[in-house]
Each structure stands twice: as C-alpha cells, then as structure tokens.
Design a protein around this ligand. Structure first.
Ligand code: ADQ
Length: 487
C-alpha cells in the first residue's frame, strides 16, 4: 500500500538506484497499490531503514509519469521520471548496450554513441539533484550501480557536506578493455566523487584503482585512492577514496526456511514427478543474458548426449530463463539462438514422452525457485562474466539436506567464496563437460562435504553482513573526514 508523504522528503540516509524497489500492482477492483519488489537490496537495507529511516531515489518503472513522493512501509520513495527518449538512450542505450557489455569483457560489442552518452549525463544529473534535495545536512547517500556512475561527483559538487558511497554490482574490467570507453576519464572522476567505492571481487577493485591511476593520474596506497591536492600545500591529497571489495550476498536464513517448509518440499517432489522422475535433474536459472553462458551450457549438454555419456531418458536439463531487456537487439538474437538450440537438442534426443531440455522463459515466485533448487541434483552456473551470481548462493542456502552439486564458473564473483563448487571455465567445452559429468556422478558423501562447506560461507557472509560491513566502512570514512577537517 502507498501513502502520500510530505514533499520534499528528507532523510539522514538516502539510497539512489536506477529502479525504485517497488512495483505497481492493480487490484481486481481497479485500485492501485505499490508492493516492494522481492530483492536482496531491499532486504539488505531493512535494518538500516529501521534505525535511520530512509529515502529511496529512483525510477518507478513507467514512462513519462511525474509521481509525488510516497511511502511503502517504513520506506519513503522519491520518484525520478524518465521520458521515452531517456529510457531508450540512457537506460537501454548507454547503460545496457554500452556499459553492460563493456564491463562484461565485451562478450557482445558495446555501442559508443555520443547522443546516448549526453543523455546519460543529463539523467545522472537529474538523479543527483533529486538525491541532493532528499539528503539532510551531513547525510549518508548510497548510490548503486553502473547506470549512475556520475552521480557521486555531481552530488559532491552540489552537497559537499554529504558522505557518499557507491557500489558497483557488476564487474569492473581490466584497463585494456575499459580504455575503449570514449568517456573513460569522466566516468572514473564521477565514481571517485564518493568516499567509499565497493566492488564484488578483489580483482574488480584492483582494476578500478589501476584505471584511476592511468586515466585520472590519482595514485593509490593499498585500497585508498589519493585524490586532488591538499589546500594547505603540504603535498598530501585533498581526500582519500576507499576502493575495496564487499561481496554481496543473500538472506540465507530466509531461503533455508523457505526450502525447509512442507509446501516447498512437496512442490519439489511434484516437480520431479512432472518431469517423469528422471534419475538426475540439472538446473540452470538466469536472466536471459549473453553474460550467463547459457549457449555454452547447452553446447556441453548436447555433446554429452551425443557422446552417449548422458542417457537422454535419465537426465533432464531444466533451463529457467527470465525475460530481460527484450528491446535490445543483442538480447533478441540471444533468445532466438537459445530457442533454436533447445529445439534442436529435443528434436535430436527426445522421444514422444520425454524431452531432455525443459526450457521455461519466465520468472517465478520465490517458493517455486526454492522448490526448483531442491529438485535439482546439479545447478549449473556457467557465466562468462558475472559480478557475483546470487543464484549459486541461493542454491547452497536452500540445500538444508546437504545434497546436490554446484557447477560454478570461475568468471562469476561467487567463485571467490564458493571454493568447494565444481569450478569450471565455460569457454573450455571439454572442461565444462567434465565438470557437469563429475557433478552428475558425485557420491553422496562428497556432495554433503562440499555443500556443508559452501553453506557455511553463505550463512556467515549473508546480506546483512554485506550491508553492515559496507556501511561500517562508510562511517569510518565519515569519521576520518571530520578529523581531517577539524581546525
Ligand atoms: P543478475 O545479473 O540479475 O544481478 P543474479 O545475481 O544471479 O544476477 O541475480 C538474479 C536474481 O534473480 C536471483 O535472486 C534469482 O533467484 C532471480 N531470478 C533469476 N531468474 C529468475 C526467474 N526465472 N524467476 C524468478 N527469479 C529469478 C546483478 C549482477 C550479479 C549480482 C547481482 C547482485 O549481474 O552478478 O550478483 O546483480 O549484485
């Protein structure tokens, strides 16, 4: 439910992300309400929101609609409007067709278009102005992700009193790739407007610091970037920026509780029965994105069938691919390619009663996801590049029975923590086949051993730990600034 709130809304804690964490739902009687979208970010923010309150600045998801601020639960929301042109050029263009492919190792060629970039700058300014308006004196503002990389510096200029944090959910590429970006210096200067910059992996933070050294000329000392020149002429920097890894996670206890519920366990058994009780079920769960390595997974699976290593009557691959960015051309191609491949595999190896690949192009509620995880003997995560990959962590969290095997790409951030997965290089099709084969044959005792180790990590480093670690560093940066500014 949504309630109107005073305008302008203000808080000591402001979150800024492209999309607001709420969806509009229209009831059967025609009335409209807002519901928080089930996402890790909202869960992560809950304890902070409870303590500090919060204003969340973001796009509500509709085109050309000016909305007044409103509240959902304890969260107050400050909508930023996007026009059709903003959506096409800032969001689909510069964010999803320039930064997304560039930051994922140019798996698909990024488009560099000046009009997209101009729009990106303009929309970032709009977000920065909204955040500046929403922040109380000395507030902390946490900016999220690749759509808003210019906001930290714009915000610092508008409001030098704020403590600014930025978290990048996707990888940061090596400078050899990042250097392609025509606006590389502007982007780096935008991000180092923050006091703390968080990344998923150690390597992402290192890539970032090295790009800043190279293209901005700001040196670093360990995790700290030294920005500007101290006004006192001491030769020291004007300020420090902490650039470090803070690997994101999930609410592990919630997933485990869901999986342990009677209804989800019943549904998991039902799913296996509906699949015709195969001996083994392999599961893939992804947004339909070229970074996720779905084609490589299908290739390996079809070769295993071809080689006779997998009996199509005994093993089913369930591929759940949620629709994503359907107006971007690279995504349309990918979808066609995957659907042709699935059709070919089922045509070659299926029978009247059985298809070796079950392909589902849609999103499911969490309960169904948990049931799918429980029903799967093997989860295959074969991303060619992925910031973290929460699906891998959700699988481990759900397996309270300590069964199941995880095949995990080294190119997903999760591979830094889930060392007991069957780690694979998805570009190496033979290696990938061997990994899937090993997972399918893994003895129960070994499954248990590995799963126990992985669950320990996921429960220890859960999403509450992620946000509290990050915010503790932000507080530390704020305290240092006060010390530095003291006369
Ligand atoms: P994503 O690229 O979206 O996130 P991921 O981390 O796997 O990738 O998160 C996907 C989420 O969507 C998971 O919670 C998953 O359960 C859910 N999901 C996927 N398919 C679904 C379906 N068909 N139905 C229902 N739910 C589905 C980006 C980065 C990642 C990073 C996260 C968080 O690309 O690398 O881990 O942000 O920082």
């Amino acid at each position: 439910s949504a309630a109107r709130v005073e305008n302008p809304v203000r808080s000591a804690f402001v979150v800024v992300s492209n999309r607001l964490p709420v969806d509009r739902v229209t009831e059967p009687d025609g009335s409209v309400r807002w519901r928080t979208s089930p996402g890790g970010l909202v869960t992560a923010m809950e304890p902070v929101v409870r303590d500090l309150g919060c204003v969340w600045v973001g796009w509500p998801g509709s085109i050309d609609e000016e909305l007044e601020p409103f509240a959902v639960g304890a969260m107050r929301l400050r909508p930023v409007a996007l026009s059709a042109k903003d959506f096409a050029e800032y969001y689909e263009g510069c964010s999803n067709d320039t930064f997304w492919p560039l930051y994922h190792d140019v798996i698909s060629p990024p488009g560099y278009h000046r009009e997209w970039w101009d729009r990106y700058v303009a929309v970032n300014r709009r977000f920065a102005e909204a955040a500046a308006e929403a922040a109380e004196p000395g507030a902390t503002v946490w900016v999220h992700d690749y759509q808003l990389q210019l906001v930290p510096a714009m915000l610092r200029e508008l409001r030098p009193d704020l403590v600014i944090a930025f978290f990048l959910h996707i990888p940061f590429p090596a400078h050899g790739l990042f250097g392609q970006l025509p606006w590389r210096r502007q982007v780096l200067e935008g991000i180092i407007g923050a006091d703390v910059v968080g990344f998923q992996r150690v390597a992402d933070a290192a890539n970032f610091r090295s790009a800043v050294r190279r293209y901005v000329g700001a040196p670093s000392n360990g995790n700290r970037i030294l920005v500007g020149d101290a006004p006192d002429g001491s030769g020291g920097p004007e300020r420090h920026v902490l650039a470090q890894e803070f690997p994101i996670s999930i609410d592990a206890a919630e997933f485990a509780a869901l999986a342990a519920s009677e209804s989800v366990q019943r549904r998991a058994r039902e799913i296996r029965a509906e699949l015709g009780d195969p001996k083994r079920v392999i599961l893939g769960v992804d947004r339909l994105d070229y970074t996720k390595g779905i084609r490589h997974r299908l290739k390996a699976f079809s070769e295993l069938l071809q080689d006779g290593e997998i009996d199509p009557a005994e093993v089913t691959l369930v591929q759940v691919a949620s629709p994503s960015r359907e107006r971007v051309e690279a995504y349309q191609h990918l979808r066609d390619e995957i659907e042709v491949t699935v059709g070919r595999i089922n045509g070659d190896f299926g029978t009247i009663g059985h298809s070796p690949v079950v392909y589902l192009h849609r999103g499911y509620p969490r309960e169904e996801m948990a049931a799918l995880y429980l029903a799967a003997d093997v989860l295959a995560v074969t991303a060619l590049r992925d910031g973290m990959n929460l699906v891998a962590k959700e699988y481990a969290a759900c397996r309270f029975d300590e069964r199941g095997a995880l095949v995990l790409s080294e190119f997903a951030g999760a591979a830094d923590e889930l060392r007991r997965a069957v780690l694979v290089n998805p570009h190496d099709i033979n290696g990938l086949k061997a990994g899937i084969g090993a997972a399918l044959r893994m003895p129960e005792a070994e499954q248990r051993q590995r799963m126990r180790a992985m669950r320990k990590v996921v429960f220890r480093n859960d999403v509450a730990r992620w946000s509290s670690d990050f915010l503790r560093s932000v507080e530390g940066a704020a305290a240092q600034r006060i010390l530095a500014e003291a006369p």
